[in-house]
Ligand binder design. Structure first.
Ligand SMILES: NC(=O)c1ccc[n+]([C@@H]2O[C@H](COP(=O)([O-])OP(=O)(O)OC[C@H]3O[C@@H](n4cnc5c(N)ncnc54)[C@H](OP(=O)(O)O)[C@@H]3O)[C@@H](O)[C@H]2O)c1
Length: 338
């Protein structure tokens, strides 16, 4: 059972006035699921948010809904306490990115650079899970590309903007949404070159492939701690959140869907948290002023923002370096400047 009394409370984090203190965030996904609540709270705290998403209509609808929700929350506070002083809202902007097409990533960074000269927080939130085996046009297994490779390329391309912020005395942050599912990458199958592992049955090996991608995300966070000592880098397991769209594939498979939905309903009752609670670990990594590079960089936060230990494969720095090097070479082979 999740221990809610230890969850991070975003209201304890500092609020900014975007006209005075421009705190800039770039988040992948965020038009739905836990990313939606991450954006809501950052917006309420006055952050300038760039939502990197692939479908403009979905992103704009999310902006509309987030603005309405922010208004509603503030008016409820005012009703309760007529003395309540509303904090200024942030800004919401869309940047086109499709993590299934790596060529869109340098373009998104260029687009970002035409609008901002520094970045405070990068959140690699977008992800897919447990989907059928497929090779992308960039020649990676689909879960490996969307969850990991695209974020690795995004980090490498956007680093100069984060480094620039570190010169102002503010600690820039990189937050990657991994998962407890990283443990599905077993002793035998956890290396990046195994991302195209296509064994029978898919209903089991799809989870191993998800695990490989999510292990790589934690490994890269631990490498960033070493390679980018001026940046606070944190990996997240947000919790088990059955209310998001992440499970949609399994909810729709003929026949299997009945068993899957029953399993999800029981898991939700026993260990599940809400979409909003699922955003709290990310929000702590982004906003908690108590975090320091020395104490927290390279850490793995789980549900609500509690520090935990990831698997041995994910923690092993030698494996992490191999993951970094292998992926760097693969990106170079495909013509990316990294
Ligand atoms: N929910 C959980 O129980 C759970 C547990 C552990 C870890 N996580 C991790 O938490 C993160 C967020 O999950 P969630 O539950 O909020 O999932 P979700 O509701 O399915 O949201 C996923 C987000 O990723 C975006 N996305 C997917 N493919 C994309 C692509 N090719 N290009 C750009 N954006 C893409 C989606 O955008 P579209 O709407 O355009 O598809 C959406 O905004 C994921 O990394 C997931 O692995 C979730």
């Amino acid at each position: 059972m999740p221990n809610r009394s230890k969850f991070f409370n975003p209201e304890t984090a500092p609020y900014y006035d975007p006209k005075i203190d421009r705190r800039v965030v770039l988040i992948t996904g965020g038009n739905t699921g836990i990313g939606w609540y991450t954006v809501l709270h950052l917006y309420l705290h006055g952050y300038i948010i760039y939502m990197a998403g692939r479908t403009e209509s979905k992103v704009l609808k999310a902006f509309e809904d987030i603005k309405k929700e922010a208004e509603l929350r503030n008016s409820k506070k005012l009703e309760k306490d007529p003395e309540f002083k509303q904090h200024p809202y942030g800004e919401l902007h869309h940047i086109y990115i499709d993590l299934l097409d790596l060529s869109t990533i340098p373009k998104a960074v260029k687009n970002f650079g035409s609008k901002e000269n520094k970045l405070d927080i990068l959140i690699g939130n977008a992800g897919i899970m447990g989907v059928p085996y497929k090779i992308t046009k960039d020649d990676y297994e689909i879960q490996y590309q969307v969850n990991f490779v695209s974020h690795f390329l995004l980090i490498l391309n956007i680093l100069p903007y984060l480094r620039k912020e570190s010169t102002t005395g503010v600690i820039p942050r990189i937050v990657l949404l991994s998962s407890i599912g990283h443990n599905f990458a077993s002793y035998k199958h956890f290396k990046p070159e195994q991302n195209k592992l296509n064994c029978f049955p898919n209903s089991i090996y799809t989870w191993v492939r998800y695990g490989i991608a999510k292990t790589s995300e934690i490994q890269i966070i631990k490498q960033l701690k070493i390679k980018e000592p001026e940046i606070l880098s944190i990996a997240i397991h947000p919790g088990i959140i059955l209310g998001t769209e992440l499970y949609n594939h399994w909810r729709e498979i003929p026949i299997i869907k009945y068993g899957a939905n029953a399993f999800f309903a029981i898991s939700d009752k026993l260990i599940g948290v809400s979409n909003e609670e699922g955003s709290l670990a990310t929000l702590k990594a982004c906003m908690d002023p108590e975090l320091t590079i020395k104490k927290d960089s390279g850490e793995y936060f789980v549900t609500g923002g509690i520090v935990d230990k990831p698997s041995k494969n994910a923690s092993n720095l030698k494996y992490g370096e191999e993951t970094w090097d292998w992926n760097l070479k693969e990106l170079q082979k495909r013509g990316f400047e990294v």
